[in-house]
Design a protein around this ligand. Structure first.
Ligand SMILES: Cc1cc2nc3c(=O)[nH]c(=O)nc-3n(C[C@H](O)[C@H](O)[C@H](O)COP(=O)(O)OP(=O)(O)OC[C@H]3O[C@@H](n4cnc5c(N)ncnc54)[C@H](O)[C@@H]3O)c2cc1C
Length: 288
């Protein structure tokens, strides 16, 4: 296996071009354990962390640009970012330990395509966009469309993720992410639930987005829960409808971390709590 450390997007592209066994990486916190577990080594391991654009966190006024290889600790450690997107920041801060977060990236979390990836539901509810470089230039697609199944993405040969764009929330809007793991930390989500809500000045919900992780091959949006919230206050009735819709939307597996019935139950509970936390953040005027 060769190692390469390009310093530009173009250089990375030329290393990838024409070599289907070449692979880019950021923190390698997924890549190295996977190789140790027996997955084939790439012909060239292309380190993205020497490319300034991929290591940046940019405040564009109305949006944030997150370099695909930017360490997750740069997100959680940025007060303005965490204030704008507290749910996404919290999700990034759940990934592994401090040591892992000094290496791990949102780009790697997304492109590794684990159904249990913590940051992906939080990116999806915030309508994040993925900027992908390839031989024909760059294309931008919803983050929600990147993962096509466990371990697989829509990225074609020679393509890699350059950055993730997320708009700052509009007025009276906030997000939240919660997950259930069998122990207190350093474990994989049994269920993850993200919510973003907008409330008007009377406390009525005018927009809502809810997404679940670890309960299906890819992140699941829950439109019935979103519809149940919009048009009225966050109430016991609307939250019960959110929980029922989230449980119904799951298509989970049975494994050592949880049964199908358990995952369905927990998805409902977490979706409800994530909505409540996002709404509390709106009412408190920011992160809580
Ligand atoms: C101890 C430990 C604890 C962990 N805990 C959690 C956790 O709680 N929650 C969680 O979600 N994950 C967890 N993980 C998994 C991992 O840390 C995360 O998925 C992390 O975000 C991966 O980022 P990375 O930069 O290290 O990815 P890498 O390992 O560098 O890459 C992962 C995959 O994505 C591909 N890739 C990376 N960057 C790009 C790019 N720009 N374009 C195209 N493809 C790319 C790589 O080729 C590889 O296939 C844990 C891992 C460890 C070792």
């Amino acid at each position: 296996m060769k190692y390469a450390a390009p310093t530009s997007v173009e250089e990375a592209q030329s290393l990838l071009a024409g070599d289907a066994d070449a692979k880019v990486f950021a923190g390698a916190t997924d890549l190295v354990p996977q190789m140790r577990a027996g997955r084939p080594e790439p012909s060239i391991a292309i380190d993205l962390k020497k490319i300034d654009r991929l290591m940046a966190l940019g405040d564009n006024g109305g949006s944030w640009t997150i370099g695909a290889a930017t360490p997750t600790s740069s997100l959680t450690g940025n007060g303005a970012f965490s204030g704008d997107l507290p749910g996404l920041s919290y999700a990034a801060g759940l990934i592994g330990s401090d040591q892992i977060q000094n290496r791990s990236s949102l780009g790697g979390n997304l492109c590794n395509a684990s159904p249990a990836a913590d940051s992906v539901p939080a990116m999806v509810v915030n309508d994040a966009r993925a900027v992908i470089a390839g031989a024909d230039g760059t294309r931008t697609i919803p983050v929600a469309d990147v993962v096509t199944g466990p371990g697989s993405t829509c990225l074609g040969d020679g393509e890699f993720l350059v950055e993730i764009e997320v708009d700052k929330p509009t007025a009276n809007t906030s997000d939240a992410y919660l997950r259930m793991i069998p122990r207190t930390e350093m474990d994989i989500a049994v269920v993850g639930a993200a919510a973003r809500v907008t409330l008007d000045d009377s406390g009525n919900c005018t927009a809502a987005t809810i997404a679940l992780g670890a309960v299906a091959p890819t992140v699941v949006r829950v439109p019935d829960a979103e519809t149940a919230l919009v048009g009225g206050p966050i109430s016991d009735e609307s939250l019960a409808a959110v929980a029922a819709a989230a449980s119904a939307a799951c298509n989970p597996i049975d494994d050592k971390r949880g049964t199908i019935a358990y995952r369905r139950q927990v998805a409902g509970v977490l979706a409800k709590r994530a909505v409540l936390q996002a709404a509390e953040r709106v009412q408190n005027g920011g992160a809580a």
